[in-house]
Design a protein around this ligand. Structure first.
Ligand SMILES: [Zn+2]
Length: 250
């Protein structure tokens, strides 16, 4: 299940997005947003440093059992939070939320060698598997500092990961975030962090999202919609003019 990055870049727009010319080397799947056809957004929460905000968010999400989100914790916080709240990661997964890779120590993958990044990923994955007591199938990587690099590309290829960027980003004061969300489109990927401000923003926007019949879905759900849509539009053929390969979703 690979999609040429150029095809995705072609559909993207916005200030966070480097042009194809800036990242011609990137051949792995890279997602700025999902399918625009569905009334569905992916909320993602990076870093996961603060136990009390993780617990508060878990409680908030319990009030919206139809909302599923994705966490991108740094590896060092996985055992750390687990020690303080046994079963926290397992509970989140069992409730239908998703977990993705964000490096072990929040390093810029762009300054790591591919070999070092692969080791870092494996260390992160082992920490997660240990906490969950099972082999977890990680599908997404959110690169720290949102930096797209050659090393990220190699890592995605070698470990079968999809780079997950975002179309609504940065967080900020709850009012600012709420305005951005209210202007959101289907398929938007929303970047948040586990911090007070972004928790408050979530408290503010969740009721609005429910009232307005928005679905919050995991990155996997968004990506699967996207693959199905792309396969439906273009079949399994390569796009003319795009040298990167794409294979069918099925
Ligand atoms: Zn981060």
């Amino acid at each position: 299940m690979k999609i040429g990055a150029a095809a995705l870049f072609g559909l993207s727009a916005g200030r966070f997005i480097p042009s194809v010319e800036e990242t011609p080397y990137f051949s792995s799947p890279l997602l700025w947003h999902g399918s625009r056809k569905f009334r569905r957004m992916a909320f993602t929460y990076d870093d996961c440093y603060l136990l009390n905000k993780m617990q508060a968010l878990e409680k908030l999400l319990d009030e919206y059992p139809e909302f599923k989100v994705t966490f991108f914790p740094v590896g060092q916080k996985i055992p750390h939070l687990e020690e303080q709240d046994r079963g926290i990661w397992k509970r989140l997964v069992e409730k239908g939320h998703e977990i993705g890779y964000h490096t072990y120590d929040h390093v810029n993958l762009g300054v790591m060698s591919p070999a070092a990044a692969l080791m870092d990923y494996d260390k992160w994955r082992d920490a997660l598997n240990q906490a969950l007591g099972m082999e977890y199938e990680t599908r997404f990587v959110r690169p720290p500092y949102d930096i797209i690099s050659h090393t990220l590309d190699v890592l995605c290829r070698e470990r079968g990961l999809v780079a997950a960027l975002f179309s609504i980003g940065g967080g900020g004061e709850p009012d600012v975030v709420a305005r951005a969300i209210q202007k959101g489109r289907g398929g938007d990927i929303v970047q948040m962090h586990i911090r007070t401000q972004d928790y408050n923003s979530s408290v503010q926007v969740f009721p609005w999202l429910r009232e307005n019949r928005w679905e919050l879905a995991t990155m996997s759900r968004l990506y699967d919609d996207y693959l199905r849509e792309t396969a439906g539009m273009e079949g399994c053929e390569n796009n003319p003019g795009i040298s990167l390969t794409k294979t069918c979703a099925e």
